[in-house]
Design a binder for this molecule. Structure first.
Ligand code: 3UK
Length: 524
């Protein structure tokens, strides 16, 4: 699809079921025999995917689960994930995929908050969740469905449910503006928020970003190291390839340079989607070479946090393939501001994706002057409908058509958007903004530094100054001389007032489940 067609694309309205567009359309258009999903053990063609989704859609009413009710998915990335997700959507039931890395208490909160009627859980994850699920089921009705063999009589088997259901189904007559699925968004404070997404949104992100920016097409083979339960992975590994009848490679394992390397060599993806820490870890191995191990890799994408310039430059040099860094969020579903293939500027987030509008606003909500830092607010067709049972936080984030991202950005003289950290992490030194991110970026270009987090700390005069928590590389001796060297390095690369007045060595940094540094935990 050309840029012009993309810009003219109008979101669906009225009667529209996302599963019909993403699953059934591929079969109707003749791609039934083509591989839709391939995992370490199994493969599903588009026709097989359609039949399995229909079976799951038919199983739900048999369990007493009707339109608009929620089901929770706690599932590893295997071919079962899209069957449950799109099968539920086809029936008008709302799937709520959860992060599989969360502790039981967080899962319990989300199962209760969403009032889910069922939990579909990968058998590998069942045992540690069993007592938590039993406790909920003792209080109210809850179906527990496992992907493998049932370990006890309290759970149902996904395989038996599918086998005993019909492979054809009528799609629920949902509206494009109807809630299709939720994703939990974990902020830096408060409980996670059930973010309600609409039927029209997956195709919107696929048309505008995947097709419009990445040029994704039916010949692509996509591998996302970011899991399907993240909005980033859900687009990369489901909505995007399904929107063009392409093939997705799924990996259930934890993404490490080794596990990713095995998949790259075995399946030779054309598009690889990762996060900055993974690209950095891949760079740290001696084996990273052309195409990152794939003989037909044409591009990589990065999101979740800003990709440091140095990582992007070195990764491209080692692999011969660009990394397209773009910023997205759970609230906007996917990437709305991104670099463009062939025009990458590492260290920047590129420009707004056509179909989305961006503004940089000051604290009073007025547009900032050219070159100034402001909060990024976004308007576009994939914004969530709001948070579940969180009116105040919904009103703060979703203001009319504009979504407030909480991110600070500036537009450079080159017209590109540059990330300057979160609104709540910024602080001023001598009246001048300091972005912790900027100082961290400077620190990690020092040869002794592995990772760094920077927060503002009051000095004896009650004035904010940068304080750094540094994870040093193995074998580094931390002494005063090294700390002085680090300060000089930041002064030289980021600006004199930005150097950390305090440096503390740490063995690791506090991070969210999605790998973002929790700077608030490091503040006094
Ligand atoms: C930060 C970035 C700089 C930024 C996401 C792609 O990360 C995603 O969603 P989350 O809700 O977090 C959103 C926040 O993460 N961020 C994300 N990407 C970048 N900062 N450069 C980037 N490239 O603070 C943003 O507000 O977990 C990413 C697609 C879908 C997503 N949900």
């Amino acid at each position: 699809m050309s840029m012009n067609q993309t810009r003219r694309w109008t979101p669906p309205s009225g009667l529209y079921n996302a599963a019909v567009d993403m699953v059934d359309r591929n079969v109707a258009e003749g791609s039934g025999a083509k591989a839709a999903f391939v995992d370490g053990k199994r493969q599903l063609t588009y026709a097989e995917l359609q039949a399995a989704c229909n079976r799951f859609a038919n199983a739900l009413p048999r369990l007493g689960i009707g339109r608009e009710r929620r089901i929770v998915q706690i599932m590893l990335d295997t071919v079962d994930f899209p069957v449950v997700f799109w099968g539920a959507i086809k029936a008008g039931v709302v799937p709520v995929p959860l992060n599989t890395l969360l502790p039981n208490e967080a899962w319990a909160y989300m199962i209760e908050d969403s009032r889910a009627d069922a939990v579909v859980i990968s058998s590998e994850l069942y045992e540690r969740a069993a007592s938590m699920l039993d406790a909920i089921a003792a209080k109210r009705h809850l179906h527990v469905i496992v992907t493998g063999a049932a370990p006890n009589a309290r759970v149902l088997e996904l395989g038996s449910l599918l086998a005993s259901s019909e492979p054809t189904a009528q799609a629920a007559d949902t509206d494009a503006d109807e809630v299709a699925f939720w994703l939990y968004s974990s902020g830096s404070t408060g409980m996670p928020k059930g973010t309600r997404h609409l039927h029209a949104s997956p195709m919107a992100t696929a048309k505008l970003f995947a097709q419009g920016v990445l040029g994704m097409n039916t010949d692509d083979v996509v591998f996302s190291a970011a899991k399907l339960f993240f909005a980033y992975g859900l687009g990369n590994g489901m909505s995007f390839p399904m929107s063009v009848g392409a093939t997705t490679i799924l990996m259930a394992d934890r993404p490490t340079p080794e596990s990713v390397g095995v998949v790259m060599a075995r399946h030779n993806p054309t598009i690889f989607c990762g996060v900055p820490t993974l690209f950095a870890a891949m760079l740290a191995t001696s084996s990273l070479g052309k195409g990152a191990g794939s003989n037909r890799l044409r591009l990589s994408t990065s999101a979740g946090e800003a990709l440091p310039e140095d990582i992007g430059v070195r990764f491209e040099k080692a692999t011969g393939v660009e990394i397209i860094d773009g910023i997205g969020s759970t609230e906007m579903l996917h990437i709305y501001c991104s670099n463009r293939p062939g025009r990458v500027r590492y260290g920047s987030s590129g420009t707004p994706v056509p179909g989305y509008d961006a503004r940089l606003l000051d604290d009073d909500g007025a547009p900032v002057a050219q070159g100034e830092i402001g909060e990024l607010v976004i308007r576009g067709p994939s914004a969530a409908d709001g948070y579940w049972l969180q009116r105040e936080r919904s009103q703060k984030t979703f203001r009319g058509a504009w979504t407030h991202t909480g991110d600070k950005y500036r537009i450079g003289e080159d017209g590109l958007y540059y990330y300057c950290g979160r609104t709540d992490d910024m602080f001023k030194v001598s009246g001048i903004w300091v972005s912790p991110f900027e100082v961290e970026s400077a620190l990690i270009t020092h040869k002794a530094v592995f990772e760094a987090a920077v927060v503002g700390k009051e000095d004896s005069d009650g004035l904010m100054k940068p304080r750094a928590f540094v994870v040093f590389k193995p074998g580094v001796t931390v002494d005063d001389a090294l700390c002085e060297d680090l300060k000089a390095h930041v002064k030289a690369t980021a600006g004199t007032w930005k150097y950390p007045r305090w440096i503390e060595a740490r063995s690791d940094l506090p991070k969210t489940a999605t790998g973002k540094i929790q700077r608030f935990k490091l503040r006094d």
